[in-house]
Structure formats: structure tokens, C-alpha cells
Design a protein around this ligand. Sequence first.
Ligand code: F6R
Length: 612
Amino acid sequence: MCGIIGYTGSETAQEVITDALTTLEYRGYDSAGLALSGSKSRSIDIYKCAGRVSDLKSMLEKKMKPADREATCGVGHTRWATHGGVTDTNAHPHRVGTVTLVHNGIIENYRELTDEFRLKGKLKSETDTEVVAGVLDSFYAESEDPKKAIAETVKELKGTFALVVMFANYPDVVFAVRNVSPIVATQSPQGSMLASDLTALTRFTDRYFVLPEYTIAELHRSALYLWTLNGKPVEPEWLTMDWEKNSADKGGYPFYMEKEIDEQPEGIRKTVEPRLKDGIPDFSCDELDESILTDTEEITVAACGTAMHTGLVFQNLARKILHTEVNVCLASEYMYGEPVVGEKTLLIAVSQSGETIDTLEAVKYAKKRGARTLGIINVRGSSIARECESVLFTNAGPEIAVASTKAYTTQLSLFYLLIARIAYLKGIWDEDKVRDFTAHLCRTPDAVDEVLNIRKDIHIIARNILEASDLFMIGRGLDYAALQEGSLKLKEVSYIHSEAYASGELKHGPIALITEETPVVALATQESLLKKGLSNVREVRSRGASVVLFVKNAMSEGLEQEFNIVRLPDLPDEFMVFPAACALQLLAYYVSSDKGFDVDKPRNLAKVVTVE
Ligand code: F6R
């Protein structure tokens, strides 16, 4: 949450920073701002406003001082508000005395610091960030040494932070330091740059490193230094980005969400194919120590939102295929449930960003108690990836739309590989059975493609729910698991209140809410559950609900006379979640875009949730 940037180099800082902020806007879009040090005036000027990066750009066009147009150094911020409302004053950067800074994270002891450093009269905003600027300014006044001041300041801070700082006397230099909240950095012929995530760095280079926690970064035009808090030099650990250079572009689509829905067949293929050897799952490219799969007895999946929903599918398959119970936990609740964790526990953490703080904390909690930890993650070098004992990376490429789509199906594909591998290792399946299973998995991208080819039909069906303010999504078994994701997708991008319900549970209460104004989206892809599922659908229809039914093609005969139906391509039941997911994503997408919403940036949300 919140995107931060620092740049110093040979290019126009204003352009580099606003471009990077546009890329990082998915991390928060309540307000935007930047500070520039004019190469001529040598002063540091701040421009900021509530609203989007586009509002900031308009402001710059009207108000930017001529000297700042040539500035080559600066910091930038796009905000997801935590402390203080969405106002111009609360927007970052903040300045106290000689210090100008931007911040991502939460400073828990900001009230105590305000008193201790007598900052009350000096602060203009309601933010915790401005307090940090005040503390830093106080320490700087003592030593006039930026690194010393930063080191002293971070010792005072409780909470999470990524801070990017400019000092008035060092107008061409950017400093940074962090705890938990991410910062990646790079150095290229165009200058030194750092940002909250990689998408902002692709403009210059595919080389980067993750700033270690409690390490000070000092960025100059043509050099970049790292220091411990005690002033000892540190060598960066350089990594290479595995994303293609333009993969974070919109590629002609009106919204990233549609582009990313379309990228799913490729994402699944890229995730699955390198991990198959002669049809048998093989995690040697991940250097996976397989005792993590064979020597553990109790599996828990901890994740948030969409990522957590992949665990529900895994749970269903693990029971049926591996005869193993899997706990699926909301990462934000995990530790409060005081789970029984020990050396025989395998904690699987699922995360697109690899930065979700609740998931990270769940991993730390389980590790501390002896659990083995396995990450299913999209971003290399991310905090959760570094915290987990082993990691399987999804090859989804950058996911920019706030609503997660391709991350979900690629995470699922890894879970399917894990199921097959565990079944093989534990002797539950012989090689033929494993090959049969993975052959079906390899057909899922084509099935998703078939759904993409009927997007027009889904668009037309979407009109049935456009005016709804509440709806239910109902299904049984794996369909219920898939609908929990479909329902989240719809509510977050269309603002329709949607609830996924197990069909059989409706009669135990919620059917009281069914009226002519409450459409029902039903999913029927599981042959053994069809009859019961359909009678539940008929029960809601006879109470006035209009029904949209997504049904596996082979089971659809005659149903078009009763319902508005969408036929999904035929796969064995346990793989139907892939085409179903894609169809439900498209449904949500079309409702949102037809309503004229900003599909990629839904109200109140942010892509990367780095606060608890
Ligand atoms: C919903 C969505 C969120 C994320 C959740 C976890 O579309 O994107 O529910 O899935 O915030 O994020 P990651 O996967 O980055 O840990």
C-alpha cells in the first residue's frame, strides 16, 4: 500500500517520477505528490494533491516552477490513506525543517514521538509520516549527517516503514531505509532509482536488488551505496527480473483486468510446463526439498482474499485425492486462532505480491514454532518469498489490475501440480494415473481460451445483473469454492453486494433474502452434484429470482429452456474450476465496465496490502 519512488540521474526527474507513480498507482490512489530539487534553484519544491496521478500531472502543468522542469532529483508518492483523511495536506511528501520525505507503512508510536520530540507546533498534517520527518529533522540538526540522522531515527520508530528522504543540503542525493515495507532499487546509466516494486523500474533496467531491512541506501546520479546503521558498507545482492520489458503495459486493452484475464492460458502454461518431466511433476527447477511434502503431516494454507480462495480448491482436492485434511486460514486471523503448529506442520503461504503483511506474519508465526514453510508467490525477491523455506513461483508476469485474475489461476495450477506430486511421492497414484491427471491439467489453458472466445455471450448475460444491488452465487462442492472467488471478483469491481453460498445451505436462512430483485448466479460443473444443485436453483427461481446458470457443456442439455445459461467447455470435474474462474472474472469485468467504473482501481482498494 502506497507507492514510493526516489530518483536521481540524468533524466528529467518530474517525468521519471510521474511515469513511475502512474505504474505504482495500483498500490494506492487517494492522493499523489512529488518533491523535486531544481538543478538551478537547488531548493526542494513539493507538489501534491488529493486525487489521482493524473490530477498531480495537471497541477504540475499549471504550477511547476521553470527550474523544476529541469530537476534531475526527486521523490514521489501515491497514497492509500491510513492516518488522516484524503486531503491535499495529508498527501506526501511531507517536510519538516531540512527534511522532505515520503513513506509507506504505519508508525505505531507516532503520538509518543510527537511529544518526545516536541513536534506539535511544527506539524501541519494528521499523518504519522510527518512525525518521522520531524524526528529526522531533530537528529539532523544535531549531527548534520544524513546517515547518522536516519540511523538514530529508525531506532525510535515502532511499526513498518519504507522511507525515501531528501535533505535540503544534499539536493542531488536520495536516501532510503525500510523495515518490512518493500523497497527495490537499481543503478543504470540513466541514474539511480528506487521504488516500492519492480514494475516502476522496468523503464531503465532488468537488474535490481531488494534493499535489506535496516540498511541505508544512498543514491547518487552515477553511484549507489548501501550502509549498515553503524556506517559499514554493504554490497547489494543483484537480481535479474524475469518479466518481459513491456509486460506491465496495457497493450491496447481498455483495462488491465481484461488483458490479465486474457493472459491466463499463457500464465498457466508457463507455470506448469517447466515443472513437468515426461508427464510427472518435477520441482527440481525450484530446488524444492521434497521432505517438505513427505515428512509433514498437517497442511495449512494461509493467505488473503483471492489467494486464500485457491486454498479452498486445494483443500477439496487434497481430501479426495490425498485423503489429507487441509486447513485454510485467513492469514489475518491465523495467529489469533492460536493454531497448533509444530515440526510436522507444512504452512503454504499463497501470495501474488509476496508482500501482504498478514500472510508474511503468518509465515513468521509458523516458522517460529517449527513449521516448514512453502510459498506460492508471483514476485521474486518479495518479502514472503524471502521468508519462506521454499518457494514455487507462479509465472503470471506482473499483475497490475487491483482485482486479481491471472494470479488465481496460476496459483491453482501449482496446487494441482502439488497434488499430483504428493500423490506420486506417497504412492497413492502410479505413474500412469499421475500422467493422466497432468495431461488434463495441460488442457486447462485451452479450456480457458474457449471461455475467452465466448466473452460476447458472457457480456450479454452480464446485463441480467447490471442493475442488482444484491445477489447470490450458489453451487456445491468445488463449485462453491470457485464461487467464493467469483463473488469476491464481482463485489470488488462492480460494487454489487454478492454472497457465495453453498446451495444446500440456502434453506437454512438466506433464502429469506431471495426476491425478484435478487438475481442468482449458479455454477454447475460437478456431475455427481448436478441433480441436487439444480433443485436448489429451481427453489430460488420459484421464489422470483432470475437465474444465470454457468454449466458444463456436457451437462447442459435442455437447460437453456429453463435458464439463461453459459456453457463451459468440458473437462473432468476436478479441472472445471479453471474455465469457471475465467467465466466469472469476465462476468465481473463486464458488469463493472458497463457501469462505467474504473475497473482497474476499485474504490477504497489497493493492490498490495502492506498494513495489518
Ligand atoms: C482480490 C485481490 C485480493 C488479494 C489479496 C492478497 O481481487 O486481489 O483479495 O488476493 O489482497 O494479495 P496477495 O496475493 O498479493 O497476497
